[in-house]
Design a protein around this ligand. Sequence first.
Ligand code: SF4
Length: 383
Amino acid sequence: METITYSIKKDDKNSEEYYKDVRAFTKEVLSQAENSLKPIAKEFIDYLRTYKLEEIREIEEYVLELLSFGILWRSYANKALKVKRAPFITLARMSEWRKKHQQVKPLIDFIRGILFTFFLLPKVHNQSHPPIPKLEQIDHVCKWFEATGEFREQALRFIRWRAFWGNLYFEDLLKNFYSIEEFTNWFEVRSKEALGKYTENVENFIQRSQKFYRWREDRISCTRTRLEYHLNMVGAELMNRAFRSEYTGTKTKVILVPGCMRGRLPDKCEAKRVKEGLICEGCLSSCHVNQLREMGKKHNFEVYIIPHASDLSLWGPAKDRPARGVIASACVTTLVEGGWELKRYDVPAQCVLLDYCGCKKHWHRDGITTELNIRELKRILSN
Ligand code: SF4
């Protein structure tokens, strides 16, 4: 089968080996973080407690935030710092509008694609590693992150870290940034050794597709670096651990899958439209969504097909309904952002990666039907 950027289903077998590899590597990441990122995260937790800024979360989440900061700073800071003027606020609002108003999403996306290339992605920028951050540079880069719509959740978290860093003495601040940089260097090398066999096509794909994505709104999302793929793979694991206890407390479970998992083209699929998305009507026995629906009857969960960038606040707790445990499935490039968004809406969530990407809208001319690892799904359901 054709691999577009990543495939965790190596050699057309199942993705069981990937899940072993990613768990082992995540364990290594946490142990490596013990004397570098975790002490910073603990200081941050003290700061949050002192000023009562948030309910304290699991330490894995803070480690992931620091690692994300290091990697996203490395991947985008030079570009973002080169952009002096742009309609930052309008672009950030547009990415929210497209979630709330699906009927005008194609028009908004068309305009965003043009504005991205005009304003947010300079043709020429410094290719070397960006400098150690200054606080005002973090403010600017966070503004850029929000404007892209791709890193809104990360930006919301980094802004809180920025407030913490603003309270530190200069020497301590530098120590924080050097630790993050050193950890990012380590992760860049080790993640390629541990997970690189699943992401071998990413760099080739980016090279080949630069022109194709030039004026498109998914330009950033579809040209993520290989390092970001590795970050999101580990990120999905860390999130599952951090969100586990909230999720296990829920009685009803729902699985959210993307439209690219359907066995038929959208105009032939007979799924019924409801407020939250689409519900499979079982028109094709070999369809992966239908198979999940059948499995749901035995294991007591519902399945919804949701479009990319849909409004996840719909899954939050409501007065007339107990909290539902949500298992979201998506491709590597969008899963972590989605997980953090669900967390912001108080949704007890877990995630399962799509074994590979393939949707017609973003990745492939004809579209490749996607799938997820059923054994991994069962592990999440039964733990
Ligand atoms: S089986 Fe369900 S999801 Fe698959 S094509 Fe038919 S209605 Fe759509």
